[in-house]
Design a protein around this ligand. Sequence first.
Ligand SMILES: Nc1ncnc2c1ncn2[C@@H]1O[C@H](COP(=O)(O)OP(=O)(O)OP(=O)(O)O)[C@@H](O)[C@H]1O
Ligand SMILES: [Mg+2]
Length: 236
Amino acid sequence: MARLGLKSKKGLLLYGPPGCSKTLAAKAVATEADLNFIAVKGAELLSMYVGESERAVREIFRKARSASPSIIFFDEIDALGSSRGTEHGGLNVLTTLLNELDGIEDLKGVFVLAATNNPSILDPALIRPGRLTTLLYVGLPDFEARAEILQLQLRPVDVEPSIDINELADITDGYSGAEIVDLCQSAGYAALDIGIETGVKQSITLQRMREAIANTPKGITSEQIRRYEEWNSNRR
Ligand SMILES: Nc1ncnc2c1ncn2[C@@H]1O[C@H](COP(=O)(O)OP(=O)(O)OP(=O)(O)O)[C@@H](O)[C@H]1O
Ligand SMILES: [Mg+2]
């Protein structure tokens, strides 16, 4: 890399619809990787007193440098990275963040991970070369991912033995991971209610999952997904 004058890419932005595991993925990185993990939410930084937020941003980078190898995770960075949200001194925080990010390519062992479900309000300066240069779309779970989420939710609980995870994965197409977790909860509560009513223990059944699906509209529309694609193709 040095021979070709290349700098390593240190900044990654995860973007995509709500409830599709951006935060979960970042936490998984923290657990899996042998790196120090410093996590902070955009809104937390903004809620501080005037001047405190900028100091906090600098402090985060200072900590990351002294604890390297390390990852800084800015979750819901849109709160902080939006150039319009200036009413809480957001612009100063953004400027501080941009300054700190400018140094990361030359820093050994410090990586920055950020996440947003609303990339269109991000200040474009955040994704300029040298800053958050790698963008990764985290979309709705595919069949395999849905089957895994359902497995995780249903394996440890009382489900009817004949329940077919693949069939459930089929009929939950279009729901986010968080919504699928919710569907399992709804089906569980339905079983609990009937159990109390009848005095006979009930389990989670295919029928109850179907009812939960019928009662739960999908939160993410194809129009929303199209807007993420549009943002991605127009961003530079
Ligand atoms: N792939 C997955 N595997 C297991 N659970 C998942 C998965 N995706 C989502 N979930 C469930 O949904 C919850 C919400 O996911 P998460 O908080 O990571 O979403 P997010 O993409 O950060 O959403 P937001 O944009 O609203 O912050 C998780 O805590 C988990 O319970
Ligand atoms: Mg999140």
